[in-house]
Design a protein around this ligand. Sequence first.
Ligand code: CTP
Ligand code: MG
Length: 226
Amino acid sequence: MPYQVIIPAAGQGKRMGAGKNKLLVELNDIPLLIHTLRVFEQDEECTGIILAIHPQDMYEFEALLKKHKIMKVENIVFGGKERQHSIYNALKTVVGGGVILVHDAARPFIKKEHIHRLVDAATKSGAAIIGVPAKDTMKKVLDGKVLETIERSSLWAVQTPQAFRMSTLLKAYELAERENFLGTDDASLVERLSIPIMMVEGDYDNIKLTTQEDLFFAEAILKKYT
Ligand code: CTP
Ligand code: MG
C-alpha cells in the first residue's frame, strides 16, 4: 500500500553532545540522517518524503540529499520549538490523502517489512503504531518511592513510525493546537479523538539514537546486517 512519510529532523541533538545535530553523526561513514532517509528512498511503496529541518542545517542537509541521491524529498519545511510543532509544520504542506507516516530521523534501523505491516494496519483501521512489549518489570515511582507495580503484559514501548489516515492526523494536530496539548508522540494526539489505534509488533533494533552510548548499540546493530 502506498504512503507518504513526514520525517522530523529539526531537533538539535543536545543529549548526544556531538557539538552539532546528531543526525550528522556518521555510522559506517554515512550520516544518521541518510541512513534513515535511505530506508524510505528504497521502499517502492513510499511515494514522498516531507522533511522538517532546523534552519541552521539547511545548507548541509540539502548538500547531503544531493550527494546521497535522495530523490523522494518533496518538501523541506522548517521545524518548530518542539517535535510536535515540527511535524505540524510539515503536515500542513502535505498534498493528497491516503496514509501518512511520521518517523523520527533518529531511528535508522526501521525495517521495510515492519513499515509495510504498519501501513496495512493503518489503511484498514485508520491508525496504527509500532512498538515492542516491555522487557523489564515496570513500577510507578514518585519522589524516589515505589507506588505500585504495573502489570507488564499490558505495557509496550512505543517507537516510530506511526501511521494514520491523513484526515485523522490533521484533525488530531488541529485539536492539539487549539487546546494547547503537547504530546510525546503522534498517537497521543490521535487518542484524544477517541479513535482506535492498532499496535503492530516491531523489533528491539529500532532504537532512537539519543545519547553517546546509543552510538555503540547502533554499531552493534549495523554489524548484524552488514
Ligand atoms: N525533532 C524535530 N523538531 C524538534 C525537536 C526534535 O523535528 N523541535 C526531531 C529530531 O530531529 C529527531 C526526532 O524529532 O529526529 C526525535 O527527537 P529527539 O530524539 O529528542 O532529538 P533531538 O530533539 O534532536 O535531541 P535532544 O532532545 O537531545 O536535543
Ligand atoms: Mg528532543
